[in-house]
Design a protein around this ligand. Structure first.
Ligand code: G3P
Length: 217
């Protein structure tokens, strides 16, 4: 299972990278704005900074919502750095743009996926990654993890190679449940990733080992 961090915060990206478990980064315009990164030029610079920090894939989102605009922006983003994956919204022109990029072997991440039908379209269009937002479904009393399971089932039925990138992950149990279902990737906040470390028996066991070692020294 690949681990992506879902943030535009360079300190947090660096911390996850240094932990040695990071496979990539996802961002979106809201995450950029949260870090005070606004304006096309600053956003492009920030993508480059992220690419220089990490080893894996970096999703960079188009802002255009029409086919031509998405192609233009997506090509600019892809040319920025080999690690860039072009992030495209799940709308009709986005599906068309996804097919265009897939034919040109430019990697894509189809975002804002909330149904299995949308996931099927993304796979048919040759998306590299497809991002169902599980936390936002949970927010409206809909089963986000159930969607991941449905998509896994459908993709396996036909051998689609599009990777299921579980997004809008909010906590450690989302990560573990996605791993059980077989999501290819999860993207979540650093807090959810670091939450996997925690176990009181690890802490008490280590404290005991250190105390016992200290007896002989
Ligand atoms: O990965 C998608 C993500 O950025 C949305 O997360 O928590 O705003 O639903 P959230």
């Amino acid at each position: 299972m690949k681990f992506f961090i879902d943030t535009a915060n360079l300190e947090q990206i660096k911390e996850a990278q240094e932990l040695g478990i990071l496979d990539g980064v996802t961002t979106n315009p809201s995450l950029m704005a949260k870090e005070g990164i606004t304006g096309a030029e600053n956003i492009l610079k920030h993508y480059l900074n992220i690419c220089n920090l990490v080893d894996g894939d970096v999703s960079a989102e188009v802002i255009a919502t029409d086919y031509e605009g998405m192609i233009k922006q997506g090509e600019e983003l892809a040319a920025l750095h080999p690690k860039i994956v072009v992030k495209i919204p799940m709308i009709a022109d986005g599906v068309k743009a996804c097919k265009y990029f897939s034919d040109k072997e430019i990697r894509t991440n189809v975002t804002l996926v909330f149904s299995a039908g949308q996931a099927l379209l993304a796979a048919k269009a040759g998306a590299t990654y497809m991002s169902p937002f599980i936390g936002r479904l949970d927010d409206i009393s809909t089963d986000g993890l159930g969607l991941i399971a449905d998509i896994r089932h459908i993709y396996d039925n036909y051998g689609f190679e599009t990777q299921i990138l579980a997004a809008s992950v909010r906590h450690t149990m989302h990560i573990m449940d996605c791993a059980k279902i077989g999501a290819d990737v999860m993207t979540g906040p650093l807090s959810a990733i670091k939450g996997l470390l925690k176990h009181p028996l690890t802490d008490s066991g280590l404290a005991q080992f250190l105390a016992d070692y200290a007896k002989g020294n």
